[in-house]
Design a protein around this ligand. Structure first.
Ligand SMILES: NC(=O)C1=CN([C@@H]2O[C@H](COP(=O)(O)OP(=O)(O)OC[C@H]3O[C@@H](n4cnc5c(N)ncnc54)[C@H](OP(=O)(O)O)[C@@H]3O)[C@@H](O)[C@H]2O)C=CC1
Ligand SMILES: CC(=O)N[C@@H](CCC(=O)OP(=O)(O)O)C(=O)O
Length: 304
């Protein structure tokens, strides 16, 4: 029998992309609300009651508002927002995080989908800490560029009406909402400095982590990544040359694959870790569908 899935926030940026990945599947029945009911608390509670799995694609505030009602429902929940990413009752939905991650997700009632920048940063940093390439209190900095769809409907409108052009750097005050989950799930004990920027393109993302390592650092980092992600389908460790001289943040668009690589100077140990992903693919909607498949006991790549 087809699993019943309710996407709360179905007409937002992340919700629409999840719907597009699910609506043609015959193993999923989507529960949808009309335009006039899509923000009605009662209608949404009715949809939760009917669903096997609910996927929340809402701003954080709307998730916190509906959470007490959800607690009474039998459905399993995948939350795409930041609301529960370091909450002890919620499983972090990054299947490639470590050897036990898939089993923990499969058994969970509540799964929190990782943030887009966090997916790249954690994917790069967790293996460095786990393999001892860096200590957990290493002074880490993270730079990243995202397409403007990362800011949801309102930022898309700002770019597409011409209210903003060219892009911008932001978050320099070090309160970005992804920092807590990066610290918790990468195994760091010291908060990194994170400087994100948004570019004049809709979709796509690069996350970079520059590291001062001892001589031979780039090879040690590459070895740690390759060992950590051996055999993974959606996280690929690739030679730096594969990314091209000028790395295009859009190169993984419309896929659920994240590419990881390493560059740097072996003589000095100056090392740069690089992750390229689609902020709406492995960074959001693709990852949510992968988690849904795991929850339902299906092949995790179904529909991806
Ligand atoms: N965009 C991205 O790259 C990523 C986003 N996310 C996360 O996903 C979540 C959604 O983001 P995104 O899709 O970008 O945001 P959008 O603003 O594009 O979409 C949010 C949707 O939620 C709807 N909504 C708001 N309040 C309520 C409510 N009380 N009840 C029902 N629906 C409501 C909005 O309605 P209306 O259309 O009327 O505004 C809108 O359709 C966020 O928490 C974000 O952090 C996660 C990873 C990446
Ligand atoms: C470009 C942009 O604005 N990006 C968002 C992050 C993406 C997002 O809102 O969603 P997740 O937290 O679920 O990834 C931001 O920096 O707040």
């Amino acid at each position: 029998m087809a699993a019943k899935v309710f996407i709360d926030g179905e007409v937002g940026t992340t919700g629409l992309q999840i719907r597009a990945r699910l609506e043609t599947r015959d193993d999923i029945t989507l529960i949808s609300l009309s335009e006039e009911n899509r923000k009605s608390r009662l209608a949404r509670i009715g949809a939760f009651a009917e669903a096997d799995v609910a996927i929340l694609c809402l701003p954080d505030a709307a998730v916190h508002e509906i959470a007490p009602d959800l607690a009474h429902q039998p459905c399993r929940v995948i939350d795409a927002s930041t609301a529960h990413r370091v909450h002890p009752d919620w499983e972090y939905g990054f299947a490639e995080l470590d050897a036990g991650a898939r089993d923990r997700i499969a058994a969970a009632k509540y799964v929190s989908n990782p943030g887009c920048y966090s997916t790249g940063a954690i994917a790069l940093l967790k293996p460095m800490v786990a393999a001892g390439v860096i200590a957990s209190d290493h002074p880490v900095t993270i730079n990243a560029i995202s397409g403007y769809s990362g800011g949801g409907k309102s930022m898309i409108a700002e770019f597409e009406t011409g209210a903003i052009s060219g892009g911008f750097v932001y978050g320099t005050g070090q309160k970005h909402k992804h920092l807590p989950e990066i610290v918790a799930h990468a195994g760091l004990t010291r908060k990194p400095i994170f400087v994100p920027q948004v570019g004049q393109f809709a979709q796509g993302m690069i996350v970079q982590v520059p590291l001062h390592l001892p001589p031979g650092g780039p090879a040690a980092a590459m070895e740690a990544l390759a060992a950590h992600y051996a055999g993974q389908r959606f996280v690929r460790v690739v030679a730096r040359e594969e990314l091209g001289d000028r790395i295009d943040p859009q190169r993984m668009n419309d896929t659920n694959v994240m590419e990881l690589s390493v560059d740097g100077d072996p003589e000095t140990g100056a090392t740069v870790l690089i992750a390229v992903l689609d902020n709406l693919g492995k960074g959001a909607s693709g990852a949510a569908v992968q988690n849904l498949n795991i929850l339902l006991g299906l092949d995790e790549g179904t529909g991806l």
